[in-house]
Design a protein around this ligand. Sequence first.
Ligand code: E4P
Length: 220
Amino acid sequence: MKLFLDSAKTDEIKWALEMMDIDGVTTNPGHVKASGKPFMSVIAEIAEIFAGTDKPISVEVNPHLDDWNEMVKEGKKLAAISPNFVIKLPATDAGFKSVYELANDGIRSNLTLVFSAAQALQAMRMGAHFVSPFVGWKETNGEETTHFIDEVTQIRNVFGFETEIIVAAARNTRQLVNSAVVGADIITAGLAVFKDGFSHPFTDVGLAKFQAFWDDTPYE
Ligand code: E4P
């Protein structure tokens, strides 16, 4: 399973690349705002970090756009900046159509704001390279998500779609494990999720115990 970092903060991205060999990055307008930098500047900086790799960076079109011609135009403009860029589009009529048009031009897209298996199916049909079912937001809304991700994965596998499934808005590593068990390809999460999720209090307790034993034992 691949791990993507959900962030536009270049210090976090550099850390995740160096320490975790992160497999890609997803950004959204919220992450860009949190970076404190202009949109075009920060995506250029992220592109530079990944230059020469094949790791995908999702960059989202202006969320005010509701005309597919405009979405495709902006998608092409962004895709021309870096071969790593994947165009993130919303799961709307215009977004689905834009995925189709961009795919015909060989431009990869990531269908975002996906909250139902039907939306994911349509993204796959239209040729999305990635589809991003959101688990965190659904769970906050009291909805279950393991069956949701299982359905999306089964649809992809049964029909042999080439779309990769990015489990998005992940808030904890239980969601990561549940997604891995049902065969989702990727999970994207903030750095804190990975840092917290890959630690365990017993690891720290055990390490302290072993250090004490080590200190009480002659080396030779
Ligand atoms: C995914 O690609 C999105 O960027 C992300 O998961 C959105 O959710 P969040 O910003 O609430 O984590």
